[in-house]
Design a binder for this molecule. Structure first.
Ligand SMILES: *Cc1c(COP(=O)(O)O)cnc(C)c1O
Length: 373
């Protein structure tokens, strides 16, 4: 494809940092680049505590462990999300309860959340689709009323906000992704943001194979021991070096992504993506909703013929084989999710997409619409 769906970025100092980290002799986790990336993430998100992880998937697994979820516990979440949002909880035997999405933002429909609560519900997981914030006021109220934890799968929302407050700072726990397709990336990586002070110490232990090695390295204990369950969730400092190099130029990455997003928005306002008031979005993705599946497939092939790689997105979890086996659908069903999943097209959007290429994508979409008229 002449214009691929994604082109990973190499930040100005990324090559240098990667080399320095590889040559330093400190290639395991929690070295100097991990500290640097962690500090930059804390500044960006305002989170109380940040732990780098090997992926957003693993950060989500940590949230399920930290909330002590047991077989039969229920977790309310959207059906319109990535599989990891559900898998992390299914691994603990918990049951995902799938709620439909809003037709405007494709976010968890807050109006359907309370009807999904039962005596077994333990948490609500929100996904800020495209980094456009969920209705956090309403969702937080339901959670407080029923004593439920809120987890934000903030894979899309680094740098975004809801009424001025950064995404990732609303839940007791939140997760970030630094996968190659995200705004900031180290190939494969993630982070756990901890806003509930009571979970900080245990999170550190679970991430380090269930040991208090982090405290040992800080000189707080004279040996480290097996303290709890856990696994190995910390990334190599070499990966953290690449991440730090990208986070250092976060504003510039965002400026370039917004330039593309704004051009798409100007061209497609009305049938493209919607951002309700009170939200700053991070230009993570741009989508169009076609009238039906036929025309969605038609547009994808038309763009491919012109050398532009566009793509669909999440296939509903509630109707997927594993979703039916492990989860259940909340009262009200997931009709909007099934509908939009068939009609959605994501356009190329990344910092390295030039103005000329952006214009070419816009012209390619227009030529499909014109041909159909
Ligand atoms: C990308 C993504 C993930 C998974 O991220 P990894 O870092 O690849 O594990 C989880 N949830 C959402 C909403 C995502 O977009």
């Amino acid at each position: 494809m002449r214009i691929p769906f994604n082109r990973p970025l190499l930040a100005p100092r990324e090559r240098e940092y990667l080399t320095l980290a590889a040559e330093s002799g400190q290639t395991s986790g929690d070295g100097p680049y991990t500290r640097r990336a962690t500090e930059l993430l804390r500044e960006l998100t305002g989170a109380r505590s940040v732990l780098l992880t090997t992926s957003c998937t693993h950060a989500l697994e940590l949230t399920a462990l930290l909330l002590d979820l047991r077989p039969g516990d229920e977790v309310i979440m959207p059906s319109f999300t990535f599989v990891s949002t559900a898998n992390a909880f299914v691994l603990r035997g918990a049951v995902p309860v799938f709620v439909d999405c809003r037709p405007d933002t494709l976010n968890l429909d807050e109006r359907a959340v309370e009807a999904a609560v039962t005596t077994r519900t333990k948490a609500i997981v929100v996904v800020h689709y495209g980094g456009v914030a969920c209705e956090m006021d309403a969702i937080t109220k339901v959670a407080e009323r029923h004593g439920l934890a809120v987890v934000e799968d903030n894979a899309h929302g680094l740098g975004a906000s809801y009424h001025g407050r950064p995404l990732g700072s609303f839940g007791a726990l939140a997760t970030q992704s630094f996968h190659a397709t995200k705004n900031v990336s180290c190939g494969e990586g993630g982070a756990l943001l901890i806003n509930d002070e009571r979970l900080v110490e245990r999170a550190e232990i679970l991430r380090e194979k269930g040991t208090d090695r982090s405290r040992f390295y800080r000189g707080q204990v004279d040996k480290y021991r097996w303290m709890d369950v856990g696994s190995s969730y910390l990334p190599s400092d070499v990966l953290a070096a690449g991440l730090a190099a990208q986070l250092e130029v976060f504003d510039e990455i965002q400026r370039r992504r917004h330039r593309v997003w704004d051009a798409y928005d100007a061209a497609f306002a009305g049938w493209g993506m919607a951002v309700p008031p009170g939200r700053e979005h991070p230009a993570h993705l741009y989508y169009l909703l076609m009238p039906d599946l036929g025309r969605r497939q038609g547009l994808l092939s038309h763009l491919a013929e012109l050398g532009v790689q566009a793509t669909f997105h999440y296939q509903p979890l509630h109707s997927a084989p594993a979703g039916q086996r492990f989860g259940r659908v909340a009262p009200g069903g997931c009709a909007v999710t099934s509908d939009v999943a068939d009609r959605l097209v994501r356009l190329p959007l990344y910092a390295r997409l030039s103005e000329a290429e952006t214009a070419e994508v816009i012209a390619a979409v227009r030529s499909f619409v014109d041909a159909a008229d």
